[in-house]
Design a protein around this ligand. Sequence first.
Ligand code: C5P
Length: 396
Amino acid sequence: MAHSVLLIIGGGIAAYKSLELIRLLKGRGIVVRAILTKAAEEFVTPLSVASLTGTKIHTQLFNLTDEIEMGHIELSRSTDLLVVVPATADLMAKMAQGLANDLASTTLLATDKKVLLAPAMNVRMWLHAATQRNVAQLKQDGIFFVGPNEGEMACGEFGPGRMAEPVEILGAIEKLLNTAPKVLAGKRVLITAGPTREAIDPVRYISNYSSGKQGYAIAEAARDAGADVTLVSGPVSLAEPESVKVVHVQSADDMLAACQGQYDVVICAAAVADWKVANATDHKIKKSADQPVPILAFAQNPDILAQLSQDGPKRAKVVVGFAAETDRVIDHAKAKLTKKGCDLIVANDVSPASGVFGGERNTVHLVSKTGVEDWPSLSKSDVATRLVAHIAAQLS
Ligand code: C5P
């Protein structure tokens, strides 16, 4: 049976993008019903929405004919997913408070289905403590979000607040409906993620700030695309993704050993330590006043990406590396592509100001032999979905 989505179109300049979203959803065979708030009617007309959805548009809470045909309670439940485009500051504040004084807010309160919000508003409104408080509350209530993105706003300001593009919203909808095309069906995908720990002695180690979030997000996206995923993970504090084979390792040597096998795609997202401690001891090094402070000697770690990129019968068809840089990001990534022999480098700026390490968002550049693609600031999960789509296109 066809999936159905109830679009709640809010009153913001981004409302026009809901028309493109309807077109995309219909193209996927998804049934679309729509509610327009009073303010939304200032930006798009019920007639233009209805001619795209091919279904009746709902605008008022107290409409006798509508209530007889399909009451607002039934409207909120006879769908697989509710999607608010754009989710305005006002509508989110109402939802966070549980207010129900028009058809949109009443439907959102009455539903027992998943709800996805695509916020759009002026950057100051988005960053305002009240909005951020409401967003945190809504996330805690189990509401899903896509965007907002950073960029030029209709009001001329720049920053977070731009509504996610219709294709991104479609991607989020497909993920929630579990209808994303299985572009990696039957493919074996190996992903490395997180930092490595290089022992100094049994109780001390050297490591780095990698959270593993990007690699874990890629593992989930590859799984959702139908792949058989092995995730080789350094120590992180993330939950294991479901339906993914997770191998936990500590050091770079352990990671390399866990990466043997035959795969169609290899994605090295781990922040592998470049060096291990050559004079690591198997007993705890004692601190003592009459002993000199220990001096660590380092040895090179194996370069897992370079090894897995080497030509040979077992080489995966697509090998992807990451380049975490703090300066001249693209130049370094291009050099790395050649040096390591991989097919694609996902380059990102990890200078402390970028907030990438441990953060939820990432701005990456995809560097291949044929050129560079600059992607906008996206959630790590959206970067993962796009990367998986890109790799699938390369495989086919
Ligand atoms: O050499 P560098 O650390 O800058 O390269 C980053 C890329 O190489 C990442 O994809 C990382 O996972 C991979 N790498 C690796 N083994 C290493 C060092 C880096 O797989 N020893």
